[in-house]
Every structure is written in C-alpha cells, then in structure tokens.
Design a protein around this ligand. Structure first.
Ligand code: AHG
Ligand code: MN
Ligand code: MN
Length: 365
C-alpha cells in the first residue's frame, strides 16, 4: 500500500510550537483554533454562494447598510463578522475584538470569561468579488491587551487597540479560493495550511513560505493613476517601459481586487502590491485599513522575507491614531519595495515627467 505523506494538522502544529515554550498556557493555541473554526465556517458559507443567500431570508435582510468606512455592507460581510464574533467571544482568550464591520470595539458579553488577547479582523476581504465568484478571504491580527485591561477585566476601548504592527503576537489570513487555505505567522516564519474538505482539518502543506526577492510582476489599480504621487508614477512608468526602459526587463500586471488573494500570490511566486496614498479623496490617506489589513499582511510578508511599507516608512512602525485608520500600502518582494521607498526618498527625480505620463501617454492625467 502506498504510504500517505505525513502532514501535521493545525492542532498538531500548534502543539508542536507550544512545546518550544514550556511556560505557555495554551491560551494562544485555543484562540487560533477558534479563529480557524470561524474561517472554516465562513469557507462553507462562501462556497454556497447565491444558494446560501437565497435560502436565508435573514441573510437577505442583512447587508445594504453602510459601515463605518462609508462602504455598503454585503450580506456576507455581516454574516462573516457575526461568525468571527460568535466563535471568539466564548472561550475566554480575548479581552475584546475589533472589526472592519463594527464602528466600535466589540465587548466580550457579560458572563463570558475575558482573556489577554485583542483580536482584530477583516471578516471578508475583497467582498466586492463575492458576486462574481472570485477569491475572497478573512484577515486577522492578534495583539496583547494592555496589562491593566487584563487585570481589571474592564471593557476595551479604541485606545487599547492603537498599537503599532510590530507589537502583533500573530497574524494570518484564510483564503477562500479553489482551495481554502490558512496562512499564519506567530513571529517565527510563515506557514500555510490547506483545508482537507474530507476531514474538515487544516493540514500543514507549506511549512516555510518565503517571498522571492526578485520579481517582474506588479499589482495596482491603474484607474487611480491620475491621483498617484510622483514616486509611484515613476515606479509604474518604469515597469511599463519594460525592456526598453531603465529596468531593462518586461513586467506583468495583475489586479484581483482582493488584497488577501494578491498577498497569497506574492507569497507563492513574488511580486509587488501597491495601494499607495493618493490624492483621490483628501479625507482618505490610502484605501486600506491599517489595523486589520495593512498590519497583519505586513507582518506575514516581512516574516516571509518580503517587505511592507507605506512608501515612507515600514508599515509595522506606524502608531495608529484610530481604529479604522487608512494608510498607503506597498508590499511584496524586498528589492521592489525598497526601490519604491527609494523613489519616495528622492522626490526631485520622481517629480520629472516621465514619457508615459506625458501629453500623449497611456496614463496621462
Ligand atoms: P474590503 O472588501 O474588505 O472592503 O477590502 C477591499 C480592498 C482590498 O481587498 C482590495 O485590494 C481593494 O479594496 C480593492 O480596491 P479597488 O476597489 O480600488 O479595486
Ligand atoms: Mn478588506
Ligand atoms: Mn472586508
């Protein structure tokens, strides 16, 4: 008989990791299993697509509201948010939760035990892709609650969450694509699990994910090009110029509009993703949210040997000023991100009008 490859389940992997820290209480592992269960539940709901929504009158009443971001909530945004809160407010690991879909921090209900972690999440990233059956995902970040919160057991406040990304204990995402995957970092590299649909278990399939340092693939929403700042224009312009330009090689472009799916592609084969600060809407310094999009993805990318930046500084070094703060984000293969940072640091050169943005250019204003 052919031997099956021995793969660790997520639970076994977490036990193995915990053995490295004999003092660890097991609370963190319990939290990760709750998060994984929430992701499995969302994966099933997403897999039913229109069938799930059509069969649920309640779901049809959900959504349609505008969230704190000023964006229309889809029924699945609301359902996924509820799944995350329900699976993570019971077992006593969290002091409080925060999500893209809730204006204020979520309090652990009275009567439930409170723990020492703060869980921050985007329950469904890329949800504009739901209606067109393109990959979506969930993103999460784990922070420690301030000591005084844990000691007193008081309600959490927005200020408790305003910690730089460098303080994350763990971060991860689930990708609901052709297969469901869970990608995780606890600060010692990045591992990936694939959901075995027969067992309902996440199996360790990618034990050491590394972002290739070189790439010839970039991702940006080019419809915003007239709002880009000079360093981004310069970078994209040089990519587009290809073999005949200063880079001396042709580039390829991808845009899925699910950051979680773009991050996964970059982890698997390299690339650079940009949703930079632009001038489209002066009240929004970027499109993506710092606490539950940029920080967790930034932590994962850096742990995989890539780089994540605002263009001006490492994203993990930014001290947040509000729960739903937006920020410019550039991440991916190290050499490319460093180049983009360099272009931000030498504005004079970037200000020069490049041929592709000149009068008869492809991306002219
Ligand atoms: P969300 O669905 O959680 O609101 O996030 C969507 C984000 C991100 O996933 C994606 O990269 C970006 O918004 C898409 O932006 P465009 O609509 O400009 O393509
Ligand atoms: Mn999102
Ligand atoms: Mn979302």
């Amino acid at each position: 008989m052919m031997a099956l490859p021995h793969r660790l389940t997520l639970t076994q992997y977490l036990i193995q990791q915990r053995r490295r820290f004999p003092g660890a209480s097991g609370n963190f592992n319990a939290l990760m299993l709750d998060v994984a269960l929430a992701c499995k539940s969302i994966a099933r709901t997403v897999a039913f697509g229109e069938l799930a929504q059509a069969s649920s009158a309640a779901a049809n009443e959900l959504g349609g509201a505008i969230n704190v971001q000023g964006e229309a909530q889809k029924p699945l945004d609301v359902i996924s948010n509820e799944v995350f809160t329900t699976f993570n407010d019971w077992s006593g690991q969290c002091a409080g939760l925060a999500s893209e879909e809730m204006d204020d921090p979520y309090q652990i209900p009275a009567g439930n035990k409170r723990g020492k972690y703060l869980l921050v999440f985007d329950p469904l990233d890329g949800s504009s892709n739901i209606d067109v059956n393109v990959s979506v995902g969930s993103i999460f970040s784990v922070l420690r609650a301030p000591d005084e919160v844990v000691a007193s057991g008081r309600d959490v406040t927005e200020a408790d969450f305003l910690q730089p990304g460098s303080r994350q204990v763990a971060a991860g995402y689930a990708l609901y694509g052709p297969t469901t995957m869970l990608v995780l970092t606890v600060g010692s590299g990045v591992v990936g699990f694939t959901l075995d649909p027969n067992l309902g278990e996440f199996m360790l399939t990618h034990p050491n994910i590394q972002v290739p340092t070189q790439t010839h693939e970039f991702a940006i929403n080019a419809s915003n090009s007239r709002f880009w700042e000079a360093p981004i224009k310069r970078y994209v312009d040089e990519c587009l110029a290809g073999k005949t330009g200063p880079r001396g090689k042709d580039f390829n472009m991808r845009w899925i509009a699910s950051m979680v799916a773009e991050a996964h592609r970059i982890l698997m084969r390299g690339g650079v993703f940009m949703y930079p600060r632009d001038t489209k809407d002066p009240s929004k310094p970027g499109r993506l949210r710092l606490l539950y999009e940029a920080n967790p993805i930034g932590f994962i990318i850096e742990q995989a040997g890539g780089r994540a930046s605002t263009g001006r500084q490492p994203v993990l070094g930014v001290t947040p000023s509000s729960l739903h703060q937006r920020i410019g984000l550039v991440f991916g293969s190290k050499c490319e991100v460093e180049r983009i940072e360099r272009y931000h640091a030498e504005p004079a050169k970037s200000e020069q009008v490049s041929p592709l943005f000149a009068e008869r250019s492809l991306f002219r204003d």
